[in-house]
Design a protein around this ligand. Structure first.
Ligand code: PLP
Length: 233
């Protein structure tokens, strides 16, 4: 299967899950997670109409952006940083991306705001929430989320767009939905405090249908588009 065929299949799965949930297929955006794949793969996806890409590894991502820019200066792509951000890596994220999905500390958000180049629009931010309790180390706890969200909305050069989660993997479709439902409830709780956001970044290759059933507006899909990743390369 080619990348472009895979994108069509994934878009069909997204549409089916959306319709099943009584939602508009267009309300779910596909983010193609291109980590470990090269500029050629990104260009092939872009030629199939996919313009938003997610990356986890900073240097790899920046090299890839530059390679795509050289090969195809006509392409205007949206780059999302979806990996964890160390505080000494905030500047390149602020300079090279349109979105950061895994912000879970005020310090990181503050640095991203301070380091966002003034000629660029505000950096779109999702707060990563730990929806799996003890099992996960990353993400703000649901209890601490409101305080963090309040701090982030006060920053001038970032825009709080919503919440993101990476639940513990499970094959059980009902169990898959629970953490996604929690994230949706947390978004609603923020809205009731006056912090209205439009994005739920949740769902990957193996659990996108469950995420869409619970209101995902952005699914982050790698394997189902590009194939299995080879980290040895
Ligand atoms: C790698 C990754 C994905 C994509 O996962 P697949 O299972 O390959 O679809 C999504 N989100 C994050 C944060 C990732 O690191």
């Amino acid at each position: 299967m080619s990348i472009s065929q895979n994108i069509q299949l994934v878009q069909a799965r997204i549409a089916e899950a959306a319709v099943h949930a009584g939602r508009e297929p267009a309300s779910v955006m596909l983010l193609a997670v291109s980590k470990t794949f090269g500029a050629e793969a990104v260009i092939e996806a872009a030629d199939a109409g996919q313009l938003a890409f997610g990356e986890n590894y900073l240097q790899e991502a920046i090299d890839k952006q530059q390679a795509v820019q050289v090969l195809r200066p006509d392409l205007a792509l949206d780059w999302h940083f979806i990996g964890p951000i160390q505080s000494n890596k905030t500047r390149p994220v602020a300079e090279h991306f349109a979105w950061a999905h895994a912000v879970d500390r005020e310090k990181i958000a503050r640095r991203l705001s301070e380091q966002r180049p003034p000629e660029l629009p505000p950096l779109n931010i999702c707060l990563q929430v730990n929806v799996s309790g003890e099992a996960s180390k990353s993400g703000v706890s649901p209890d601490q989320l409101p305080v963090l969200a309040q701090a982030v909305v006060a920053l001038p050069n970032v825009k709080l767009r919503g919440l993101m989660a990476i639940p513990e993997p499970t094959d059980d479709a009902d169990l898959q939905r629970k953490p996604f439902a929690l994230l949706r409830q947390l978004q609603r709780r923020l809205a009731s405090m006056g912090i209205v956001t439009d994005t739920l970044s949740m769902g990957m290759s193996a659990d996108m249908a469950a995420a869409i059933a619970e209101g995902a507006t952005m699914v982050r899909v790698g394997t189902a588009i590009f194939g299995k990743r080879d980290y040895a390369k």
